[in-house]
Write a protein that binds this ligand. Structure first.
Ligand code: HEC
Ligand code: HEC
Ligand code: HEC
Length: 135
């Protein structure tokens, strides 16, 4: 009995060490004079990009128009519209990250890219857009 307790204790400790390793190694990058976790979800980005520290980012979660390109927290591809979207395996191969199968800020933005707008893929000739959208 004692040895079982000891084993469980050791297992628990290993899990704690692993958790600690995972959280203390979340990748952080310099970002406009601040330090930001680049794997954050939309909520993490919007903690600053909601008008409090920066100007408000137009995001579209309901009805998306061309004037607000920020589609977030939407499944990829949208159900029933698969023919209009490049298959998920191909966008992954192109470097696009989906979070839980959804488009989020870091699907389009790579904070490690120092260029203007920190895009995952530069958007000349709408290259970024056509990585996901089929014309
Ligand atoms: C701690 C606050 C903070 C967080 C968190 C944050 N940002 Fe920013 N971000 C800023 C500031 C400050 C600027 C520069 C000023 C501005 O745009 O108003 C900026 C600028 C940007 C720009 C514009 C760069 C340019 O060249 O015009 C992009 C794109 C951006 N952030 C994306 C993101 C994304 C994506 C996330 C989440 C992964 C994120 N940011 C998280 C504070 C933050
Ligand atoms: C579908 C791709 C896509 C998604 C998703 C996306 N962005 Fe962008 N973002 C862009 C592009 C492309 C630009 C460059 C400006 C433009 O064409 O509107 C941009 C520009 C920006 C800028 C600079 C705006 C300015 O006026 O200078 C910020 C800040 C930003 N995005 C933050 C975010 C945040 C935060 C999220 C998540 C809530 C997000 N983006 C989601 C594609 C995206
Ligand atoms: C990461 C993949 C991805 C990228 C990159 C991307 N989009 Fe999208 N886009 C989507 C998804 C998914 C939807 C569907 C959202 C929904 O379910 O309403 C969408 C919807 C849209 C819509 C609404 C269309 C409709 O039929 O409802 C417009 C407009 C749009 N995107 C424009 C753009 C533009 C402009 C760019 C380039 C700046 C871009 N997208 C880049 C994934 C992407």
């Amino acid at each position: 009995m004692k040895s079982v307790v000891r084993l469980v204790g050791l297992g628990g400790m290993a899990i704690l060490i692993l958790l600690d390793y995972a959280t203390s190694h979340a990748e952080e990058v310099p970002h406009h004079g601040l330090t930001v976790t680049i794997t954050g979800n939309a909520t993490d980005c919007l903690a600053c990009h909601d008008g409090s520290m920066t100007k408000t980012v137009p995001i579209c979660t309901v009805k998306c128009e061309l004037k607000d390109p920020h589609t977030v927290d939407k499944p990829y591809p949208p159900a029933g519209q698969e023919q209009s979207y490049v298959p998920a395996e191909r966008i992954a191969a192109a470097g696009i990250i989906l979070v839980n199968g959804q488009v989020t800020c870091i699907s389009c933005h790579d904070l490690k890219n120092p260029n203007r707008h920190h895009l995952v893929i530069e958007n000349d000739k709408s290259r970024l857009c056509f990585t996901c959208h089929i014309k």
